[in-house]
Design a protein around this ligand. Structure first.
Ligand code: ZN
Ligand code: ZN
Length: 1001
């Protein structure tokens, strides 16, 4: 078999073809996948003549492309999105119709004719022909689901077999689409009907054009030498235009480059970088691919530099991508791997060789280690803009495993660092047994060699705690693996306004029922699911400062201030006072495993300095009934059909039955009917706090000092929420919709007007058939300011006692078995029914005493940093007592200043000093000085993580030094200059220095 010769081999080289052949010989899955692909290609060759491909593709010229998010004009249901269901919906060319799987109507028809431009019916736009074009173009050219099209599969087959028939057919597809590509506008779902706004090309929205470009450039690379390339283009000839096939294809590759109409604004020209979000990363990926295959040196140089900047500034010191959704991080990993791979290929011939991206530990942590450490009962965390998590399983998420395996495979093959290659091999060994049967869906699976392991190694799901220091994601897991995720990090693109909200996992389900995300900018996204009230958190002053269209509040981030781990309880606390500018806004959460496999969660949410606090809680994605005990419903006229109407002085037009946003949210995440002044897309009310989406409000007075809210799910689960009440608390229930209004769920809200409010709750989720129940909280009298203490019966004859105070002080709690004293601010005791002590936890206490027994906790002291070795990532501290599990250390300029949290790799306890080796790198971001005048510094590279940079240090390589005061835009820093910077000076932004103090978390 003769391997064809590519022009460059920039993505897959002839070496990769040899690896693919070896995979096919060695691995059963690779052989099967290869045979399947050959069958697909042969079927395609037999079924589709060049003439049909040209006719079909050229018929799309001047027509629309559309996802079809408005659904079916007959039955109003949305169309299925899975490829299998879609393949049954669409007719074969030359017909261009679709049949609704719900109501069986075929479109277009005489009721609803479509000349290719779609039509409007009852205010919504429909594009049946556009949907056909979208589906067909996706199949032939690839794209939307990150999948490779027929054109790329045919090219792979040519690479692997050397048979020209595959190459010739691939050229036909490329030639046909290249002729219609320029001038198309992208899918029409996200602009008003008949709008000429450019949103992409063909069926490819914005950044997806760039994603597909890599494959198209790769295909062209391998088809480059075929003689068909230099003949007159049949596609252009049919359109009456001049040009060869090569000119036509190169025209397509160069079209729609460097910027992204219809997407976020950026321009890569001259190596400029703007915001470093995933769209721009895709732009760099395409620029590198096209630059490599068409030998545009500039594109390659800009791309190499951009890759370095993305890895140092879009990923934080904790290896976390800046955008506020973990799903987006996972996607971005695939983009960065391509960028890094292409950048390594582009390096040859550049004058100054930059650092090798696959030598970066930060990149390895981002792409390989973090995805495995972030799993929650096997689930990919769903916070921020990401799909609803309705998975019912504790198995690790299959796609995350595959993506991580692929990332490790890249490092295994490409990293120049032997320690990284070794660890990558270790991951491959653990992951291969779990993923091999699903490999082969992507070309990269075939073209990178998969080593054969003699002995498999088990993969362990992450245990107890994962905290990312810069992104501020904290995941707590108890010995039953019940899991809670809380975020204290700054708000960035794609975040939801969910600081200190709880995402909870039990029984393999995400039981906090995050509403998720599907279409950016829809009314449901902008106005509802991003809002604080749509999360399990506390909303201060009804979020009434939220403007129209605003997704989240500016938030520079808070911190994790406490962590306690024992078999009896795992506890942490997050603080975020700057979120609302209140004196205090903090939540301490603990998980306590019970003998039947269930766990309870304690929740102490403390707020000082608010006018109104609304604590909200929801449970279960599935249908559930919410009932309350210990309350009296208010019968008098209280006003407020929606939460927005409660205590509202003005009459709101949507505040009556049938008119709330929640009741009118429907398919397409918009409103039906639209009321005066509303729009179908990108529209929100003001204030944009989501309160008008919660309707059918019922209001209650607490009758008891502890009330119970119980959700009973139709899948046989039960969640009991027990809350300690203040007499003036207002308890409310309401209903809220999912994103597309197809479901309605109950919500609990507890409103308080106290200037200092302590919410205290215990949440227990169990299966209905499990007998173990928690019977309610008993508030205990305690000495000490603002101390909250309670006792609870927790099954198996256990009595659990909890005490919490926002400040450390001497505390005395009166229990039925005698006084419990705490020197500190939080403790836990467990006794049997006779008062015999079974367990205790000095959660944040120097000591506790109970029944004459003294229990020693740890004193958390602040220890100054004697010296720092930035290169070795080492802190030197004076000798002091080190906790058992020294995994996280806090670093602050002074004990009372906000602290940063670092992951620790290793502690060396010497006689003279303690050396702490950090896992995080010291650099938060990097830059290059453009100018430094007075207190204003301009840097070459954007700082997307800047929201949390106030007070951080800038250290220049030539001695420049400054303290950041503000980052007004992503390339401008206002700072207090301690030593001046010079033009072209590289600098790091850091948050640790000699003289700073440290404390073990
Ligand atoms: Zn229908
Ligand atoms: Zn959310």
């Amino acid at each position: 078999m003769k391997t064809p010769v590519p022009k460059i081999g920039f993505y897959f080289s002839p070496d990769n073809v040899a690896m693919a052949r070896r995979n096919i010989e060695t691995h059963e899955w690779a052989k099967r996948r290869f045979e399947q692909m050959r069958q697909q290609c042969d079927d395609f060759l037999a079924g589709y003549s060049d003439e049909v491909i040209y006719q079909c593709t050229l018929s799309m010229r001047g027509q629309t492309f559309a996802y079809g998010i408005s659904g079916c004009p007959y039955c109003q249901k949305s169309f299925p999105s899975s490829p299998e269901a879609q393949s049954r919906m669409f007719s074969l060319f030359p017909d261009k119709t679709l049949t609704c799987p719900n109501c069986s109507h075929t479109l277009p028809n005489t009721d609803f004719p479509d000349d290719g431009r779609g039509f409007v019916h009852k205010g919504s736009a429909y594009y049946p022909v556009g949907m056909w074009n979208f589906y067909t173009a996706g199949w032939l050219l690839g794209g939307v689901r990150d999948h490779e099209g027929m054109v790329t599969k045919l090219t792979y087959m040519y690479m692997l077999t050397g048979e020209k028939k595959y190459a010739q057919k691939a050229i036909v597809i490329l030639d046909a689409f290249a002729a219609v590509f320029p001038g198309t506008l992208g899918p029409r779902d996200f602009t008003p009907y008949a709008s000429k706004v450019e949103m992409g090309r063909l069926h490819l929205l914005t950044s997806i054009v760039h994603r597909v470009k890599v494959f198209l450039a790769h295909d062209y690379d391998w088809l480059y030498h075929l003689e068909d390339m230099d003949t007159l283009s049949p596609a252009l000839t049919l359109l009456g235009e001049p040009g060869t096939v090569r000119e036509n294809i190169e025209g397509m590759l160069h079209d729609y480059m460097l910027t992204e109409p219809g997407g976020p604004a950026y321009n890569l020209k001259d190596g400029n970088l703007t915001e470093l979000h995933n769209h721009e990363a895709d732009g760099v990926r395409a620029m590198l691919a096209v630059g490599l295959v068409t030998e545009q040196r500039e594109y390659c140089e800009w791309g190499i530099n951009a890759t370095e900047v993305f890895l140092s500034n879009a990923v934080g010191r904790d290896g976390m991508y800046f955008e506020g959704s973990y799903g987006y991080s996972m996607f971005t990993i695939t983009v960065f791997l391509d960028m890094a791979l292409l950048s390594v290929r582009a390096v040859s011939g550049t004058p100054s060789v930059p650092s090798h991206p696959f030598a970066s530990e930060r990149f390895f942590r981002f792409a390989v280690q973090n995805p495995m450490e972030m799993l929650c009962q096997g689930h990919l965390p769903c916070y921020g803009d990401w799909g609803q998590d309705r998975v019912r399983s504790r198995e690790p998420d299959a796609k995350t495993l595959r993506d991580t395996y692929r990332a490790a495979l890249h490092f295994y093959h490409v990293s120049p660092q032997s320690n990284i290659r070794d660890e990558a091999a270790d991951w491959l060994k653990r992951l291969y047994p779990l993923v091999f049967s699903q490999l082969g869906e992507k070309g990269i699976d075939l073209f990178l060699w998969h080593p054969v392991w003699k002995h498999a190694a088990p993969l362990h799901l992450p245990k107890d705690v994962t905290i990312t220091g810069q992104a501020g994601i904290g995941i707590l897991r108890d010995t039953n693996e019940t899991t809670v995720l809380m975020r204290t990090g700054a708000n960035h693109t794609h975040a939801h306004d969910d600081a200190l909200a709880l995402t909870c996992y039990a029984y393999g389900k995400e039981i906090s029922a995050d509403l998720g995300y599907s279409v950016y900018g829809s009314n449901g996204h902008y106005g509802w699911t991003t809002k604080s009230i749509a999360h399990n958190t506390v909303v201060v002053n009804k979020d009434n400062q939220m403007k129209k269209g605003q997704l989240y509040k500016p938030f520079s981030g808070g911190e994790f201030s406490l962590l306690y781990r024992s078999p009896e309880a795992v506890v942490y606390e997050g603080k975020a006072p700057s979120l609302y500018g209140t004196d205090a806004f903090q939540r301490m959460v603990g998980l306590v495993p019970l003998p039947d496999g269930s766990s309870y969660l304690v929740d102490f949410f403390y707020i000082r300095g608010a006018g109104t606090c609304d604590y909200s809680f929801r449970a279960f994605h599935e249908k559930a009934e919410l009932t309350l005990e210990g309350v009296r419903q208010l019968t008098e006229e209280q006003g407020g059909w929606t939460l927005a109407g409660v205590e509202s002085s003005a009459k709101l037009y949507f505040d009556e039955p049938g008119k709330s946003f929640g009741e009118r949210l429907t398919t397409g995440e918009t409103f039906v009917p639209l009321l005066e002044g509303e729009k179908t897309q990108y529209w929100t009310p003001a204030p944009n706090n989501g309160y008008g989406f919660i309707y059918d409000i019922r209001q209650y007075h607490p009758q008891l000092s502890s009330i119970k809210a119980r959700w009973e799910s139709e899948e046989g689960y039960e969640m009991a929420w027990h809350g300690l009440m203040d007499a003036d608390d207002r308890v409310m229930t309401g209903k809220y919709p999912n994103l597309s209004g197809t479901e309605q769920h109950p919500i609990l809200i507890v409103r308080s007007h106290r200037p200092t409010k302590q919410y205290t709750a215990l949440i227990h989720t169990t299966k209905k058939e499990n007998p173990l129940r928690i019977t309610g909280l008993h508030r205990l009298n305690a000495r000490g300011g603002e101390v909250t203490a309670f006792a609870v019966e927790a099954g198996s004859g256990w009595l659990d006692f909890w005490a919490y105070s926002p400040v450390a002080q001497p505390i005395a709690v009166r229990t039925r078995f005698g006084e419990w004293c705490i020197e500190g601010r939080c403790g836990f005791l467990r006794t049997d029914r006779t008062g015999k002590l079974l367990a205790y936890a000095c959660i944040e206490a120097v000591s506790m005493t109970f029944q004459g027994k003294k229990m020693e906790g740890t004193k958390r002291e602040w220890v100054p940093i004697k010296s720092i070795d930035y290169k070795k990532r080492a802190l030197r501290l004076r000798p002091h007592s080190i906790p058992k599990s020294a995994d996280y250390i806090r670093i602050a300029p002074a004990p009372d200043a906000p602290a940063s949290l670092y992951s620790v790799k290793e502690v060396r306890n010497g006689q003279e000093e303690v050396t702490v080796l950090l896992r995080d790198s010291f650099s938060l971001s990097r830059g290059l000085i453009v100018s430094c005048e007075k207190n204003t510094i301009r840097t070459c590279y954007p700082l997307p993580l800047a929201a949390s940079f106030r007070g951080k240090l800038m250290l220049g390589e030539r001695g420049g030094r400054a303290v950041i005061e503000d980052v007004p835009d992503l390339k401008t820093i206002r700072a207090r200059i301690l030593a001046p910077f010079t033009g072209g000076e590289a600098f790091d932004i850091i948050d640790a220095a000699e003289g700073y103090v440290t404390q073990w978390l």
